[in-house]
Design a protein around this ligand. Structure first.
Ligand code: PHE
Length: 493
């Protein structure tokens, strides 16, 4: 069985913030023996999602913890940091049509097929994606709406903000629900006549638009050629090299402007909070790196140098023309991007733990409400404010280990789905909710005589809102151990 996201150069779903980083890719690749069909005996005949029944089948794998997150829509909560980040970015794209309330329940066709994901693409695996049933998923990225929005053909530029869902590890920067913003800018070949200087020349019309974009003075590292025959090919059937180069230039400048603005605001908030270091910090450094997505070519990721390392903030590229043809707008040519809002919000507000976004604690939420009568400074369109997060306390951590043997009878070659580390992550999440800060495998070995595999996971219990009692932690931990035995047939050690 091929490890998910471990297949070398081929990206699975790309890299927009909290999803694919190289360390988690390695972790995700750890698969152990197959055990049992996902709770098929306990799955009800229908799942009620957003007041609608969806028939379940052998593909269904949406747990209750995820169902209860569906109505939250953090990107729409006034003065929530995710919503403020969304609006800050939207403000950098004047004239773009914005959509932020598409349903997260989409078809496999929308999420994968329309974007050209091959049938055996690892991103489609049940270990990574929440299936409502065989044909329906919780969107794993905002790109699920690209084809539909292009088909509506309502404007040259659009933005879609969305809650997205991926089965994933648990740690301070990963959460199975997060938020993305998708954006696209296209040009209509048929309307070029209106552009005087371009005179029917698409590349020239795009360069004219590049010249109208704001400039910035941040150093950008971009050693990449506009296209590369193997690594980042031109769509030669559809675009001239000049057209692809102009689209790429417009894309890069537009997105650099977003990042420059976000970091300027982050610095302003830090200085206002009395962080003297922020004022003298090194200037912002960004770089473009080549990437691969099934629905763009050429493709790039934008990385930002932040706290001693390069951080991916978005994926982007020239939209595959097949997608636009399929969406009924063959005359359009342009670019698209997708970025992770949590990752940007964590930098912008200095938020150290992704679980905080889900907190309903007023000590968290009230920090971003604008004060009555406050004007201007740090405010986004009059609602809420970009302020440095002030930790309200750090409660003690309670680590507990659970060690177990996997059942010896299971065989990954037996045609059953392979047990995945994400299955344990989900069991923990379903039992202990946000009281768990992270879960890590600390030991793994195969017994030399019996050939049975043993695993040990360290579960770190810590609430963001209060001190967890010892009894309470023990009870949660016992609940998890019990479910491992009952649900997966493991033998505790
Ligand atoms: N959907 C991709 C991801 O989730 C990002 C992306 C969007 C890349 C649009 C290219 C164009 O990683």
């Amino acid at each position: 069985m091929v490890g998910i996201r471990a297949n070398g150069s081929l990206r699975t779903l790309g890299a927009t913030g909290s999803y694919v980083c190289s360390s988690c890719r390695a972790r995700q690749a750890r698969r152990v023996a197959s055990i049992r069909e996902y709770s098929s005996d306990s799955t009800p005949p229908n799942l009620i999602l957003e007041n609608r029944p969806y028939p379940t089948d052998a593909w269904t794998n949406v747990p209750s913890s995820i169902i209860s997150a569906l109505p939250r829509r953090l990107h729409l909560q006034p003065s929530h940091p995710i919503a403020l980040t969304r609006r800050l970015i939207e403000s950098r794209f004047p004239g773009f049509t914005t959509y932020s309330s598409f349903s997260p329940i989409v078809s496999v066709q929308q999420n994968f097929d329309s974007l050209g994901f091959p049938p055996d693409h690892p991103g489609r695996a049940r270990s990574d994606t929440y299936y409502v049933n065989r044909d329906t998923v919780l969107r794993t990225h905002s790109s699920a709406h690209q084809a539909d929005v292009f088909r509506a053909d309502s404007s040259d530029g659009w933005l879609v903000s969305a809650d997205v869902y991926r089965r994933d590890a648990i740690d301070r920067s990963h959460y199975p629900v997060f938020h993305q913003m998708e954006g696209a800018r296209t040009w209509d070949r048929r309307r070029l006549a209106t552009s005087a200087s371009a005179n029917g020349d698409l590349a020239q019309a795009i360069w004219d638009d590049v010249a109208r974009l704001p400039t910035h003075d941040v150093v950008v590292e971009d050693p990449n050629p506009p296209t590369h025959p193997e690594r980042n090919p031109l769509q030669a059937n559809y675009h001239t090299p000049e057209e692809a180069e102009a689209v790429g230039a417009h894309l890069k400048r537009s997105l650099e402007n977003v990042v420059v603005e976000v970091f300027a605001q982050a610095k302003r908030a830090a200085v206002a909070a009395g962080d003297a270091k922020a004022a003298t910090e090194e200037p912002l450094k960004v770089r473009w790196v080549e990437a691969y997505f099934p629905f763009t070519s050429p493709s790039w990721e934008l990385e930002v140098f932040w706290q001693n390392g390069w951080l991916e903030v978005l994926g982007s590229g020239v939209v595959k023309q097949e997608l636009l043809v399929e969406a009924g707008v063959p005359q359009r040519v342009g670019w698209a991007f997708g970025l992770g809002l949590e990752r940007i919000a964590m930098l912008l507000f200095g938020i150290p733990d992704i679980r905080l976004f889900w907190s309903r604690d007023p000590r968290f939420l009230d920090q971003f409400k604008s004060e009555v009568g406050e004007v201007g400074k740090g405010k986004v369109e009059g609602e809420g404010r970009i302020a440095r997060f002030q930790p309200f306390s750090k409660y003690p951590a309670s680590p507990r280990d659970v060690s177990f043997f996997l059942p010896s009878t299971s065989s990954p070659a037996g045609g059953r789905p392979v047990f995945h580390e994400n299955d344990i992550m989900e069991l923990v999440r379903d039992t202990a909710g946000d009281s768990v800060e992270d879960v890590q495998m600390v030991d793994e070995f195969v017994h030399p005589k019996t050939g049975r595999k043993s695993l040990c996971y360290r579960i770190n219990y810590r609430s963001l809102e209060r001190t967890l009692g010892r009894e309470e932690v023990n009870e949660l931990h016992e609940g998890i151990s019990k479910k491992l035995v009952e649900g997966w047939g493991v033998e505790l050690r």
